[in-house]
Design a protein around this ligand. Sequence first.
Ligand code: ADP
Ligand code: MG
Length: 151
Amino acid sequence: MDKTIFESFGPEDTFRFGKELGEKAKEGSVFTLVGDLGAGKTVFSKGLAEGLGVTEQVNSPTFTILQVYEQGRCPFYHFDVYRIGDSSEMDEIGYEEYIYGEGVCLIEWADLIEEILPPRYLKVTIEKDVEKGYDYRKITLEGVGYEDHCY
Ligand code: ADP
Ligand code: MG
């Protein structure tokens, strides 16, 4: 399993890291995003979207579970499953069409639906470390299910 640690010292670093991953992302790849409230998940998501060429404003789709953006170089499917009861709600929105589709998926709070994640995905974890400062974030990128280099 491939693992990379990126240290962020402010929102612009987190944005840039997301953007670089968006620029490199292969069509069909799935990113999962884990981190507490205020960790920087939305900042990262905006960067990833920009890297994919999405020009529309990106926000957390908290009240919709899924927001679809079509203006980038491939579709961008932005999930936020924070308020989901259980993964049957994912069946209702037909998640498989997106997760196994041609676009790039990003799933915030993916640990809540771990049982329906695909065999391979890129797991992004954002953690604070107050000892290193208020704006410090440790971002871990892990290729789950990949045998070798995945990005
Ligand atoms: P989440 O979506 O995880 O709840 P947001 O991205 O909405 O979090 O908010 C993160 C907040 O933390 C923003 O106000 C941002 O300016 C601030 N922040 C401070 N340092 C960082 C950093 N290194 N990376 C990302 N956000 C940071
Ligand atoms: Mg958010």
